[in-house]
Write a protein that binds this ligand. Sequence first.
Ligand code: SF4
Ligand code: SF4
Ligand code: SF4
Length: 615
Amino acid sequence: MLYSSDPYLSRFYYTYSDLQFLLSRHPNDCIRCEVAGNCKLQSLVQEEQVDDNMWMKKSTRGSSEHPEHTLHDHTSPSIYRDMDKCIECGLCVDACAKQQIHAIGFAERGSGMLPITAFDKPLSETGCISCGQCTLRCPVGALIERPDWHRVLDVLDSRQRKTIVQTAPATRVAISEEFGLEPGTVSTGRMVNALRQLGFDYVTDTNFSADLTIMEESNELLQRLSGEREGSLPLFTSCCPGWINYVEINRPDLIPHLSTTKSPQQMHGTISKCGPLANQIAVETGEEPYVVSIMPCTAKKDESVRPGNRGDIDAVLTTRELAKMIRHRNIPFASLSNDGSFDSPMGESTGAGAIFGASGGVLEAALRTAADSLGLEDAPLEYEGVRGVDRGVKVMTIKGVGSVAAVSSIGSAIDLLSNDDWKEKFLMIEVMTCPGGCLGGGGEPKSDDPDILKKRMAGIYNIDSSSAIRKSHENKEVQQLYQDMLGGHPLSETSERLLHTYYTPRNSDREKLYRFLSAVDHRDAKGAASLCTDDVIWNTNTGLYGAACGKEAVETLIQEKLPKADRVYGEEFKRHRLTSPVEGTDVVGPDGSKHHFEVTLNDAGLIKTLTRTSI
Ligand code: SF4
Ligand code: SF4
Ligand code: SF4
């Protein structure tokens, strides 16, 4: 009998002939596989020196009734499914069920068994929220994050573009595990040094933008409390893209409660493309920087291509992908000196920015700033009541403010939102899709240690407690950015344009319109046409462009008639914007003109007609 060290897999045992059977239907493609070197099947087979002679003929996947099961599905912006590598352990189904999403489940019996989506739909057309918890549990290469690290290495090696990289709060702790360091070790300086050795020109810190996020979000909370701002209370945090996906897919009624503040990743992307560094690079090279983010999260890949965000970040890599790049370039991470420091601007951060990586951290950081804004002199600096990595809801009442809640895992959020009690109880609710928050993100290193989240959390709170400055509004670089380019204060007209975002119920006319206009802004003719029926009518109501009838005409109008998108590098990308963050199809064009769109969709959610009128 062969036993696995995986706590779930060890409930089963594999016989030698089981392994032979698995191999007989496996692609055995280790040489090109993304998880080679970190694959439980590969290590079992290596340990036992299994040969596949017993099964002379290759077995096939799926059942005789359903041989057509989708084996390769790369439609999701975050997750790759290669089911020919699946060993039917069920860990992914278990992970998705724990999240209460149930996007994947077993079909068929016996040797035909396979975890598939409902009706075998592409993952991008299911209720999958891109959390990546399934990729964290999959012991082989059947479910992985979409691999983007190869193209980033190509850009770095070519030395053709100036590059800016940002690193998320949780990555600097978890990356240590990939190189044999004690879990919980803070490797900020080692990570910065490794990124410089990989060839990044500017190494910047997402913690800086976490502080910027707090400036906008805490002021948004105060304005909603005073009735100065559209939007409902309690305020839901918006920095977790899995949570945003969940709301847009399943609970669009909650959209008015979502903070409109962009996530730290996206704020950082925007400032990287049109802030001080981008200006400097534009003067030096006449070009736009290539912007990369390193995140503990698979859903951040998805977030970076949302309309309104698209183009601000060129590649999102997970912590696991960063480790692969470092190994690939033979950089001795563990023995690097831990003294590297971030570039400035976008390198300074506070303890409040650091704790974004843990469940409860965003709430705690916002409370530190809101308490000072409200002049609460005896407010604490630390809010122990919202800390902790276990799944569930942590509640705290703050004297002079009210009650707040931190929700760890989307399943716990679903439970909380199953009745309306939360509407009366809380002022602000933080939701993190993954258990423990970002430190348990779907892009973090795989681990069999049952205490791994607690160890990572200890590392993150160590960064906070040893920080000289622990409140976001005391970050000097953030203050300078407000003076230099953000209109002097949070929620200024410029901040609203650059640092806030919009939400759309999935498959609504509003969503399809926003995606279509985003494709138009990027002159992505095929992308725009793919959202339309074959006989779509797009009436621009202008003498110059008239009406386009049919998909081909839509492509031609975008490709050949619209002026080329005229970018001035280092300056803001001019794009269509929805007028309201929560509802309607009124739009402000890139030139500031205002329009109303009438949109009709067919049953499959494709655009049938699109008519623009000026308002
Ligand atoms: S999943 Fe594992 S065994 Fe299969 S090809 Fe990849 S590394 Fe090799
Ligand atoms: S990414 Fe999350 S929601 Fe999607 S299939 Fe995996 S566990 Fe389920
Ligand atoms: S996809 Fe991965 S986690 Fe899911 S059943 Fe197959 S091997 Fe197991």
